[in-house]
Design a protein around this ligand. Structure first.
Ligand code: FHN
Length: 418
């Protein structure tokens, strides 16, 4: 065992020396498992849920940090039950959770030694929410990833970027100090919570407009994480093509390769496992007035489209300040779960497919799944050979090399065995 550890450490040192990240076998396996999951739930939860205006409320300039921080002194989510959350999420067919350990407001949702501005030391609730969630995930076999904000609207050592200008904090920028703080915190997250298997960085874009390019020292950070826990998957929502050291690539509010959100005009799709994140309503954190939820059918279609692009869907829920998941979100989870029980085969562990005018395909070995997304009864699929079996009546034209189905219905899943 010691020999293996030494070998891994040496490999990591060598890879650092030549500057190129070499993922370990464990890491490659973790990526493969992650890719197979295809569906995860994003949870944006923090003291901001009390204002019920979304997670960017502090940035709006309506109140200063002293006032904002008072939300911690009365944060008491009496109905929080990690087991209930995880159960509802598991029943939806999701295989992993990405939880906001610390968002841009700098509040830590675990008992960190690095700052007293945390869920245990600064609230009357005094419970380690992350610890409870981690335990529940472990029990239910749900994988746990953590969101971690690189930018901070509260700390004076964080060098001011393009956001968080009106929070009233004093500025004593010292990135070395702040970087050390982040490293220490992330070490706690991945070492003290044994089943944390991924870190989801965000906020990198805060320094996109600096006159002198800002050096986040990301590669150094990634190497640090991989030295501590080589299998830990690292991703960064920087909206650019992956940087060396990352294990998966993410897309915000967009399918890989699209840029409808405008976030990622220059982001090319890499060979890494892919993940797109999207909100169920409009906002990430709880916003009471935002009841504009996407329908269950829209969300399922998104999941099918994401899988067809070879991507996971990380679907967001903003838990309420009382600790419950909103009722509408629970309904959506339930509906998706019913669908996944019937059709999960066409989503989990599939590889990317193609897009046609009637819908999309996903693939698993010699099986192609046709996801009919448009209102049509005719589905045509180019195929070089007549398939062995199709789950519905079909014809095959040798000359045009096309499979034709004429009795399809919108939202059908048709299985084609080659
Ligand atoms: O500013 C954050 C936002 O609050 C949310 O966390 C999303 C999730 O992708 N990421 C940032 C915006 O890019």
């Amino acid at each position: 065992m010691r020999k293996i550890i030494c070998l891994v450490a040496m490999l990591l040192m060598v890879s650092n020396m030549v500057g190129q990240y070499v993922p370990t076998t464990d890491n490659l396996q973790a990526r493969k498992d992650f890719e197979g999951f295809r569906f995860g739930i994003f949870l944006h939860w923090g003291i901001y849920s009390e204002f019920a205006q979304g997670e960017w409320y502090l940035n709006e300039g309506k109140l200063k940090q002293e006032e904002y921080q008072k939300a911690a002194s009365c944060f008491y989510p009496i109905l929080f039950d990690a087991n209930q959350w995880v159960k509802a999420i598991k029943d939806s067919g999701a295989k992993y959770i990405t939880f906001t350990s610390r968002h841009h407001d700098g509040f830590s949702m675990w008992k960190t030694k690095e700052s007293s501005y945390n869920i245990v030391d600064a609230t009357p609730f005094k419970r380690d929410v992350l610890g409870e969630l981690s335990k529940a995930c472990k029990q239910e076999g749900i994988r746990l990833h953590l969101y971690y904000s690189l930018l901070d609207w509260m700390r004076e050592d964080y060098p001011l970027g393009s956001t968080g200008h009106n929070t009233g904090r004093t500025l004593k920028p010292d990135y070395n100090h702040y970087f050390q703080f982040m490293e220490n915190q992330v070490r706690e997250l991945i070492c003290d919570y044994e089943n944390v298997e991924g870190i989801w960085f965000d906020g990198y874009w805060d320094h996109n407009n600096d006159k002198t390019p800002f050096d986040w020292r990301m590669k150094e950070f990634y190497d640090y994480i991989h030295t501590l826990k080589p299998r830990c998957l690292v991703g960064n929502n920087h909206h650019i093509t992956p940087i060396d050291g990352e294990d998966f690539q993410m897309f915000e509010r967009d399918l890989p390769g699209q840029n409808t959100s405008g976030f990622s005009p220059n982001q090319t799709v890499s060979q890494l496992p892919l993940e797109m994140c999207q909100t169920m309503n409009g906002m990430w954190g709880y916003k009471v007035a935002d009841q504009n939820y996407k329908s269950s059918r829209e969300l399922i279609t998104l999941l099918e489209r994401a899988a067809s692009k070879g991507s996971n869907l990380l679907l967001n829920i903003g838990p309420q300040p009382n600790g419950e998941l909103p009722a509408v979100a629970l309904e959506r989870l339930k509906d998706i779960g019913i669908w996944m029980k019937l059709h999960g085969e066409s989503i989990y562990n599939t590889t990317r497919g193609e897009e046609y005018k009637w819908g999309v395909t996903t693939r698993k070995g010699q099986t192609i799944y046709l996801h009919v997304l448009e209102d049509t009864d005719t589905v045509e699929l180019p195929l070089t050979k007549k398939p062995r079996n199709v789950s519905t009546p079909f014809s095959y034209n040798k000359r045009s090399q096309k499979l034709k189905i004429t009795n399809a219905k919108q939202f059908d899943i048709i299985q084609v065995d080659l």
